[in-house]
Design a protein around this ligand. Sequence first.
Ligand SMILES: O=C(O)c1ccccc1N[C@@H]1O[C@H](COP(=O)(O)O)[C@@H](O)[C@H]1O
Length: 241
Amino acid sequence: MSKLELLPAVDVRDGQAVRLVHGESGSETSYGDPLEAALAWQRAGAEWLHLVDLDAAFGTGDNRERIAEVARSMDLKVELSGGIRDDASLAAALATGCTRVNLGTAALETPEWVAKIIAEHGDKIAVGLDVRGTTLRGRGWTRDGGDLYETLERLDAEGCARYVVTDIAKDGTLQGPNLQLLRDVCAATDRPVVASGGVSSLDDLRAIASLVPEGVEGAIVGKALYAEAFTLEEALEAVAG
Ligand SMILES: O=C(O)c1ccccc1N[C@@H]1O[C@H](COP(=O)(O)O)[C@@H](O)[C@H]1O
């Protein structure tokens, strides 16, 4: 079995590292300084950081300078998300030196622009497929944005390099990942899939790792790490191929 990549998450709202439940604004638990959180994951051996500007995703402002400071301070690979919806926000995101960006709303609302930047930037662009059931959600997960599988087919045809798949119903709940959704998405695309939402235990990570042969490449881990359900060192050991 190949190794599953782990991406500890640092979501930033109002300058603080936070975790949400179901991605709902107002459900924040704060975990302090985002740079300290990111450095802690790096010290623990992370190869990736999933860094999210939640205010930009919700349209309640942005944490652009704080996010850039975190991204630039890291020696590891950074996946940057939240509010990347036009040329200016994309340029600012790429200027942080991040390894790739992850687009949500733009893939639903401005498909021509997304097709153009996929053609220009290749695997520096991932698309976040944030779903309730099989309906995509954008604008801070507050607005419906079409059918998962129709959008996946379109993005595949445009050359999208990878997908970050989040089951909103699971996100931030510590109730376990939606393995069937991951299997279904992997069956519908030949592009790698990063799993997001619901991880609560090392067994959950082992279950996601069992889907590597089907196309799952990585897993984002948030609340379980902050809630100390396990350490990042234990998680990396659990999924080492
Ligand atoms: O990660 C979350 O908890 C989250 C909650 C609510 C909205 C967005 C969230 N996260 C990330 O934001 C991007 C979408 O941002 P945008 O639509 O491109 O502005 C999405 O990929 C999630 O990773």
